[in-house]
Design a protein. Structure first.
Length: 474
């Protein structure tokens, strides 16, 4: 789908560029004819302007064809800069045109006289040229805005200046004609002054275009875009801060590099999902190729347990069952550390010692740390007991737990009990429905007590795991 859109975009841009070339050829022919008929500097300046427009249109056509090519091994960011370079060349051509017109205008004003033959034919032909300029400028502007093409926009600016400069030339010729008819000799200078007005328009537009193309070639960030992106990203959930945003433009494409701070306890999957969300959000602001770099940071006011988890993550180990007690100015911390089940006690203890040292660095003052080491399970075992025997045990456990609601007010019922004997150990799992409004801390204490009661009643059981479910009243 995206490839089809790109193909259609390239086709429409090339059609617009070809239309521009055809229009420029027609305009050059008309204005060259008028130069021969009238000798007007204004018309000559317009003819020269249109000649350079023809060259610019050809350059635009070529640049659009090249800029739409995909990235390759030599142009890793694509070929979009060809559009910017095309616009830069067009700026130079505009400047040369303006300088020649200024030179010729001052020569006619102060050093030599040139006979001008104004006529209705000249004005009529210029009106036709004006209509062509307006039509072409609108068509180019529409396609340039639709696809953010700087080369087509530069071409559209050329023809927009042609519109105003043609109007100025028509006025100049009309004033010269009026001077001859009503015997005002001073109006003969109107043509040269019209030429200067055309040059001023060309220089004004050329300066604007030149600044924009130089900004693009020198990777100047579009005004206000960097701040807009930074504000949008900073307001997203999961982003602690925006450290840096860099924006560069190549043709009609933008490239954005964003460095953001994220909580250091966030998992790789969470950071990846956040990066995708940031890319999507930036794409809503400006169509772009986005690169997001995430820096892990401790959020302001980070809880001690989160800092401990972050310390464990930095060592590549997992922890759970964190608990802390503050007594008589001393902090006592307890936790379970999961290590590779193939490690020796010496290696596992070394990891626990490293984690203890990191935890003590988190706060000033005396800290006592007690770490319970347990294997990180990786082995997938196969049950080794008879199915009938385990089903009978499952039913007995279910009946027993369902007899306990009088003792445990939080318990509603027990169901889905499974008992399996694996490698000479019996493992039991079950689901217990409990009152949904109770806090999870209370539910945790109840499940732990229930597990103990089951193991007391059935001492052959090695481990009991209870999954609590909320009771939903119908």
């Amino acid at each position: 789908m995206a490839i089809a859109i790109q193909v259609e975009e390239g086709r429409e841009k090339r059609r617009a560029a070809l239309l521009s070339v055809g229009s420029a050829v027609l305009l050059v022919s008309l204005k060259a004819f008028l130069v021969v008929r009238t000798g007007s500097l204004g018309v000559l300046s317009e003819a020269l302007h249109s000649s350079l427009d023809l060259i610019a249109a050809i350059i635009t056509l070529l640049s659009v064809r090249v800029a739409d090519q995909p990235a390759d091994e030599r142009h890793l960011y694509g070929h979009g800069k060809f559009e910017n370079f095309s616009a830069f060349v067009e700026t130079g051509l505009l400047a040369l045109t303006a300088l020649y017109i200024i030179y010729e205008a001052f020569a006619r004003l102060f050093f030599r006289s040139v006979h001008i033959q104004p006529s209705l034919t000249a004005i009529f032909v210029l009106l036709i040229a004006l209509l062509i300029d307006i039509t072409r400028a609108r068509a180019l502007t529409r396609v340039a805005k639709k696809y953010s093409s700087e080369a087509l926009e530069a071409d559209a600016l050329h023809f927009s200046t042609d519109v105003w400069s043609t109007i100025v030339v028509i006025v100049g010729i009309a004033l010269v004609w009026a001077g001859e008819m009503w015997h005002f000799p001073s109006l003969v200078y109107a043509d040269a002054l019209a030429g200067l007005a055309v040059a001023a328009v060309i220089l004004w537009v050329g300066a604007r275009l030149g600044r924009r193309t130089m900004d693009a070639l020198l990777d100047v960030a579009p005004e206000g875009l960097q701040q807009e992106i930074a504000r949008a990203v900073a307001g997203m959930d999961g982003v602690l801060d925006v450290d840096r945003v860099r924006v560069r433009r190549a043709g009609n494409r933008h490239f954005v590099d964003a460095t953001v701070s994220v909580p250091r306890t966030a998992s790789l999957e969470q950071v990846h999902a956040l990066s995708d969300a940031i890319e999507k959000r930036i794409g809503e602001i400006v169509p772009s190729d986005v690169m997001v770099h995430a820096e892990p940071r401790a959020p302001q006011g980070e809880h001690l347990f989160e800092a401990i988890r972050a310390a464990a993550q930095s060592l590549g180990v997992a922890v759970h069952d964190l608990a802390a007690v503050q007594q008589e100015g001393q902090l006592f911390i307890e936790l379970h550390l999961e290590v590779d089940e193939n490690l020796s006690l010496r290696e596992a203890h070394r990891q626990a010692t490293e984690l203890e040292e990191k935890i003590r660095e988190l706060r000033d003052g005396p800290i006592e740390v007690n770490i319970h080491i347990e294997p990180l399970g990786r082995h997938i075992a196969t049950p080794d007991a008879g199915i009938g025997e385990m089903k009978q045990l499952s039913r007995s456990i279910e009946d027993f737990v369902n007899s306990l609601p009088a003792e445990f007010d939080e318990l509603v019922n027990c169901h889905d009990v499974r008992a399996r004997q694996v490698e000479h150990h019996i493992y039991v799992s079950c689901h217990c429905t409990m009152k949904s409004s109770l806090p999870i801390t209370q539910i945790h204490d109840v499940t732990a007590a229930l597990e103990d009661r089951v193991k007391e009643k059935f001492p052959q059981i090695y481990r009991v795991t209870i999954h609590p479910e909320p009771f939903e009243e119908k």
